[in-house]
Write a protein that binds this ligand. Sequence first.
Ligand code: ATP
Ligand code: MG
Length: 211
Amino acid sequence: MEPANGSRQPAGGIGIMGGTFDPVHFGHLVTAEGARHDFGLEKVIFVPAACPPHKDPGHILAACHRLRMTELAVASNPYFSVSALEVERRGPSYTIDTVREMQAAHPGRTIYFITGADAVMEILTWKNVEELLGMCFFIAATRPGYQLENLRGRLAGLPHGQVERIYSLPVPALAISSTDIRQRVREGRPIKYLLPEAVEGYIQREGLYRT
Ligand code: ATP
Ligand code: MG
């Protein structure tokens, strides 16, 4: 689990940025761009989750809105795109199914799953984690409030060599979260400069997150 800049990988990998993106914000975009650069990725595909297994489905905005906002957010970056594969899949989204589909769509390419350190901390609870770690690498963005040092201990139960498939990516101290943005909209406080203007405009036009 070395810092990204100490362990550059061969160019041409495919990054997958999974998330609820409710809404997408600069924390996600800065993380994806940092991973793309540091790991020489050919592209990063944002994959909004349909029905995240770990989140209460009742409180998540309709997938079509989250998809559209993510498309608006990535439009200015030629290396970024959005996939609706989880949204179009029926039932809960599991990372392993998504990685499998991405592998099939990009034969022979190395897949990097980009995620926040908070999500990697829960990795042991994920479905088929050992198989998953055999299929792709993880890039874990460090986020304020999460201690990556704890990760090695938490992942001690993994077979030899698998912890090495998780890299850390220092991301500038971005305390931005979707939860905070939703709360700000509800309370009428500004969200400007926390997410792309196009996404801010969409939230206003559609009247999202007001209640
Ligand atoms: P919520 O507050 O609703 O949980 P979130 O801001 O964490 O939303 P998600 O869609 O849950 O956004 O995040 C998708 C991925 O991006 C997760 O792996 C998460 O850890 C990571 N992430 C979220 N915010 C940041 C940030 N500011 N910096 C780095 N990574 C982030
Ligand atoms: Mg989150």
